[in-house]
Design a protein around this ligand. Structure first.
Ligand SMILES: Cc1cc2nc3c(=O)[nH]c(=O)nc-3n(C[C@H](O)[C@H](O)[C@H](O)COP(=O)(O)OP(=O)(O)OC[C@H]3O[C@@H](n4cnc5c(N)ncnc54)[C@H](O)[C@@H]3O)c2cc1C
Length: 408
């Protein structure tokens, strides 16, 4: 088939690669001038099948899992309410278990692609969830129980044991202990995306950059219209992998997706002294800030903000990241210059699960809404979607991840 993939983030690139492996003729259309320029640009890089969270079931728990920015639109407030309800619903535990299976499958596929293509990108093994106090540890217990129930392996470590894995952790910050997630890793999403893009090009995938899809029409195949071009481009099928912009494309086709852009921040700085830097990745569970080693740089990332001005970086948000770095790895990074400060949008549905599969419109397929785990789930979602498009059963249960959960 002749297939268009809309969007060259990590989801679009892995999708294009898998479709090309199945022998399709693939074109990726991307509005930016290069691949992985938006949400896939500078994320924390954590690839972990199943991340436990603190028990913050109270609507106003602090620090809030999602901060509300200003201005905030009515549809964002509605999203926030639905997100809060979804977390407490019966479906939430099923979703978590399913996400975990998907992330494990995805990690296997990531390793397979890396080995097959001999891809060389920044990565390291290991992830510690840091608990500042006994109270923090108590607030993790419900999350850990959920991990046990789904068979996810982890180890509870004392502060002393945790320091054996991450010897540079500051002795001056209160530290109760850590949770080590077995098989978790950190890897550079953007580097992987660019390498896989090159490999895909070698396999014949075409990339059209600076090409914004403005209109999609479905009638005996799919026809795309792009900005600044009066031609219409016909394909047998198209896959929407347009990240946080996907809902805008779909609404014109009558599909209303409550997809929010949950903004997060990262800072990336050159390592000053490797002995003072993390060996792999840690997450400060109280503040939900990740500190990752990516080659010669340290990346600190976190926060989830709904609403606000997309292009504006809040000083207090960036300060939270600098503070976490100072608390855990003081002196690790050169902060005097060359620090990259970044804000990106996690494309997130209220129930936190991706939207994967047929759209209900002939020829149009969806691979979007991976939220906070888009990198961790990318290779698995891409393979599953390619299987669905080939009429094959994917290797894990996709039940409840498709458009049918919107009642369509
Ligand atoms: C601070 C932060 C930390 C994160 N940490 C992690 C982590 O540790 N682990 C993890 O797994 N995930 C993490 N994530 C989430 C992850 O980065 C995202 O889920 C993932 O990058 C989403 O990929 P995507 O391809 O869907 O979106 P994007 O990378 O945004 O790609 C979508 C692409 O579509 C293009 N596009 C949109 N509309 C059009 C159009 N009309 N025509 C043509 N092109 C279009 C855009 O330009 C863009 O390039 C983090 C995110 C943030 C913000």
């Amino acid at each position: 088939m002749k297939i268009a993939v809309i969007g060259a983030g990590i989801i679009g690139i892995t999708t294009a690669y898998e479709l090309s492996c199945d022998g399709h003729e693939v074109t990726v259309l991307e509005r930016c001038g290069a691949a992985a320029e938006e949400a896939s640009f500078a994320n924390a890089g954590i690839v972990a099948p199943g991340m436990p969270t603190r028990d913050r079931s109270h609507f106003f728990s602090r620090p809030a899992p999602i901060r509300l920015g200003w201005p905030i639109a009515p549809h964002e407030l509605a999203w926030f309410w639905n997100w809060h309800r979804a977390r407490r619903s019966d479906r939430a535990q099923v979703n978590r278990a399913q996400m975990q299976t998907l992330a494990s499958y995805s990690q296997e596929r990531l390793h397979q692609i890396t080995a097959d293509l001999k891809l060389d990108y920044e990565r390291s093994d290991g992830l510690l969830l840091l608990l500042r106090t006994e109270q923090d540890s108590k607030m993790m217990q419900a999350g850990l129980q959920r991990l046990r129930e789904t068979g996810r392996e982890f180890k509870e470590l004392s502060a002393l044991e945790a320091r054996k894995s991450e010897p540079a952790l500051s002795p001056d910050t209160p530290f109760f202990g850590a949770i080590a997630l077995v098989n978790a890793e950190v890897a550079n999403c953007r580097q992987f995306a660019l390498l896989l893009k090159n490999e895909s090009q070698r396999r014949g995938v075409e990339f059209a950059f600076n090409t914004e899809v403005t209109h999609i029409e479905s009638a005996s195949g799919v026809t795309l219209t792009v900005a600044g071009d009066s031609n219409a481009y016909p394909f047998d099928a198209a896959v929407i992998c347009a990240g946080a912009n996907s809902a805008r494309l779909l609404v014109r086709l009558g599909i209303k997706l409550a997809l929010a852009a949950l903004h997060g921040y990262s800072i990336s700085a050159p390592i000053r002294e490797p002995l003072n830097a993390p060996r792999s990745a840690v997450v400060d569970q109280r503040h939900q800030v990740a500190i990752s080693r990516l080659g010669n740089r340290v990346r600190v990332s976190g926060l989830a903000e709904l609403g606000g001005v997309p292009g504006h970086k809040r000083a207090d948000a960036l300060q939270t990241l600098y503070q976490a770095l100072h608390d855990w790895f003081p002196g690790a990074a050169k902060l005097s210059g060359g620090v990259q400060e970044w804000k990106g949008a996690r494309p997130t549905l209220p129930d936190g699960a991706p939207m994967l599969g047929a759209s209900g419109i002939p020829g149009l397929w969806l691979n979007l809404g991976q939220g906070a785990s888009g990198w961790a789930m990318s290779c698995g979602c891409a393979r599953a979607l390619a299987d669905l498009m080939a009429g094959k059963a994917p290797e894990f249960d996709l039940n409840g991840l498709g458009i049918e959960r919107l009642g369509r």
